[in-house]
Design a protein around this ligand. Structure first.
Ligand SMILES: Cc1ncc(COP(=O)(O)O)c(C=O)c1O
Length: 381
């Protein structure tokens, strides 16, 4: 980021950053957020403390958004939800909960995964393992290898899975592959920890939650880390939630008291402002409809840029080696080039991305796509 800022070249391109950008290169405040924020401020009468669980109405709405209103776990009172400081807060509280419940259990992370998973989950002393997930050179999932590795994991271990829009690969499991994974988790008594940071960025709010709902239906226990940083653009307000599903309602009550104890012992209580805005949007049908419109527009822009970049790469290379960019999901894809190629892209072409060649497709614009495609074609390998 520092190198990008210091680069005086006028056509430099930032594909490294982890936030959504619109066609002007801004990370906008959504209109539904502006409207809800006004209402929140007008209605607010105090800045007094809230509890460690955060806002009740927020937690209820998040459960409904993620699990769906009729989900059996909600009917059976097996789910408990805690408002957290962003998705990171949810991942950390979840990790601490695992540490209390099963201190010697390992957490299995996908290879590759988002760079913060290891510090967030391993930071409390949990053992981390890796399962094969994606081959950056062939742009394919390593699904058989993934199943084989998980098959060998000891019962009681946790498996962290990106619920949709895998970061950094953009490669998601198909519905049939999710079914196979859910079956394995159930059969081998492994605990799913689903990271849902991009609900609505893949296909729609409903479809992007489908895998979570299906997995949770099958297993006795599950954790879900939810983030509203991307889909509500509330990044710095730190809005997230941890949903934990237990075997029965009595266990869920015990789990909830552990969750509250952990939250109190780390940060006492979550920040209120962003969650108050989110809760307002979830509760008001007009604001919800506006949110869905804005979310659809963000997703469509990313899908259009994926298609345009893949097309331009096809034109520039004469082959279909980059067609995977078109069909992957969410904000990121791995270009699949070497670290040296990433360096050459930066030094010769002023195009910035992470050293593993992760690119943010929201950094692609109609007016830089030709430049980027030609540079990628020139430096591939
Ligand atoms: C895979 C994944 N999980 C969780 C998060 C959590 O984000 P936040 O703590 O900003 O809500 C992110 C954000 O980039 C992410 O990419």
């Amino acid at each position: 980021m520092a190198k990008y800022r210091a680069d005086p070249f006028d056509r430099k391109v930032d594909l490294g950053v982890g936030v959504y950008r619109d066609l002007s290169g801004n990370t906008p405040i959504l209109d539904c957020v502006r409207r809800a924020e006004k209402e929140v401020l007008a209605a607010q009468t105090t800045k007094s403390y809230i509890g460690a669980a955060g806002r009740e109405e927020f937690n209820g709405a998040v459960e409904e958004l993620v699990l769906g209103s009729g989900h059996a776990t909600r009917r059976d009172r097996r789910a408990r939800t805690l408002q957290t400081p962003g998705g990171c807060g949810a991942l950390r509280v979840g990790a601490e909960l695992i540490k209390v419940a099963a201190p010697s259990a390992a957490v299995h992370l996908s290879d590759p995964t988002w760079g913060n998973h290891a510090p967030l989950l391993g930071g409390c002393g949990l053992k981390l393992e890796r399962y094969p997930y994606y081959d950056a050179a062939t742009h394919e999932l390593r699904f058989e290898a993934m199943l084989e590795r998980l098959e060998a994991a000891p019962a009681g271990d946790t498996v962290l899975i990106h619920a949709c829009c895998h970061n950094p690969t953009g490669a998601d499991l198909s519905p049939a592959q999710w079914q196979a994974v859910a079956q394995l988790l159930e059969r081998r008594s492994l605990v799913p920890f689903l990271d849902l940071a991009y609900q609505g960025f893949g296909s729609s709010l409903e479809q992007d939650a489908a895998a979570v709902r299906m997995v949770v239906q099958r297993v006795p226990e599950a954790l879900i880390a939810v983030s509203f940083s991307k889909n509500l653009g509330l990044y710095r307000e730190r809005v997230g939630a941890l949903i934990v599903v237990s075997e029965n309602a009595a266990r869920a009550d015990a789990t909830q008291s552990h969750m509250l104890h952990i939250a109190r012992s780390i940060y006492s209580m979550p920040p209120d402002h962003g969650a108050a805005i989110a809760a307002r949007i979830f509760a008001d049908p007009t604001l919800t409809a506006r949110w869905i419109e804005e979310l659809d527009a963000m997703r469509t822009r990313m899908q259009e840029m994926r298609a345009l970049l893949a097309q331009r790469l096809h034109d520039a290379t004469g082959d279909d080696a980059f067609d995977f960019i078109r069909t992957q999901h969410g904000m990121f894809s791995l270009l699949g080039v070497s670290r040296e190629a990433v360096e050459r892209l930066r030094e010769r072409h002023h195009i910035y991305m992470l050293s593993d060649s992760r690119m943010n497709v929201a950094g692609i614009m109609p007016d830089n796509v030709d430049y980027v495609a030609e540079a990628f074609a020139a430096e591939r390998g």
